[in-house]
Design a protein around this ligand. Structure first.
Ligand code: AMP
Ligand code: MN
Ligand code: MN
Ligand code: MN
Length: 290
């Protein structure tokens, strides 16, 4: 059997700009992707499609094909799960309204996070984090992490997450995001494909993980990230097997946020294992060609 030529496309379908918690403007993410050889690109800002038109325009000016993208925050089994949407109509009313609602609690949550940090002797974190925010609707833990590095509390953002911003730590606040059912439905009804983002990052038991994949499929979800900057080599294999087991399309994306913070640069990951069907094959008719 000859290899599927679609597997050879350098697709990067997961990354962030300063429209969410990345540091580069959509145009600069596009330029970096192009410089690194990306041929098919999607900008997937958290809970937001405000950067899509700029991203697509920049991609086309550089000769890159483009898929619309977003990464929706979902609560599932007492954890936060991310669902990437690809190839949807970014003007779809229900999707747009769903994202507005999902973003809605972020400011309240950020104030509560700042209160938690103040209680352990770190004042002014809300105002500090805001200095790093590119989109006032999208204040995120990443912006707090950047401020705490600036304030000298930690030496890098990963350390801030470990000590201050994850469950049980002083700046962590429980939050209720979208439901899995709604997130998958918003994406799917807008003509796109829903993809489970970086499944290796969650802290699920095998039973919970099985439930995530099963329920995701039952709601109409069709894809899973196999090759992502968040996975180890071993996880590429594990989630390739799960893609086959659950008959899911496979996706590939760096999850790039910032040149210094991100371990994985745009377009530099290995290709998908040859036994998988790339999600961009199923989305061929939704690709905005350069
Ligand atoms: P939020 O949506 O506000 O909960 O922020 C989630 C974002 O924080 C993720 O999309 C990552 O960009 C970042 N993040 C989460 N965990 C870590 C970590 N351990 N180290 C660095 N960044 C992280
Ligand atoms: Mn992020
Ligand atoms: Mn994510
Ligand atoms: Mn991401």
């Amino acid at each position: 059997m000859s290899a599927n030529p679609m597997l050879l496309v350098n697709a990067d379908l997961h990354c962030h700009s300063n429209v969410s918690d990345g540091t580069l403007a959509p145009e600069d993410v596009a330029a970096r992707a192009h410089r690194n050889g990306v041929q098919l690109w999607a900008l997937t800002d958290h809970d937001e499609v405000g950067g899509q038109a700029r991203a697509r325009r920049a991609a086309h000016a550089l000769g890159m094909d483009y898929l619309t993208g977003t990464e929706i925050s979902v609560s599932f089994a007492h954890q936060t799960v991310h669902i990437v949407g690809l190839g949807f109509d970014e003007e779809d009313t229900e999707l747009v309204q769903g994202l507005v609602t999902t973003r809605g609690g972020r400011e309240r949550r950020a104030r509560d996070m700042a209160d938690g940090l103040a209680r352990v002797g770190i004042p002014g974190a809300f105002e500090g984090a805001l200095k790093y925010v590119g989109n006032p609707d999208l204040i995120s833990r990443t912006h707090f992490a950047r401020y705490l590095v600036e304030a000298g509390v930690c030496s890098d953002t990963h350390e801030v997450f470990r000590h201050y911003l994850t469950e049980g730590k002083p700046g962590y606040v429980e939050h209720r995001w979208a439901s899995l059912r709604d997130a998958v439905r918003w994406i799917t009804q807008a003509g796109g494909v829903a993809v489970i983002a970086h499944p290796g990052r969650y802290d699920f038991t095998p039973n919970e993980e099985f439930a995530l994949f099963s329920e995701f499929k039952s709601h109409g979800g069709r894809g899973v990230e196999v090759v992502t900057g968040s996975h180890t080599q071993a996880e590429y294999g594990k989630y390739a097997d799960m893609a086959v087991e659950f008959d899911l399309l496979a996706s590939r994306g760096s999850d790039f946020h910032d040149p210094a913070e991100s371990h994985t640069d745009l377009g530099t990951l290995p290709g998908l294992p040859s036994r998988l069907t790339p999600v961009w094959e199923a989305l061929a008719s939704r690709i905005a060609r350069a």
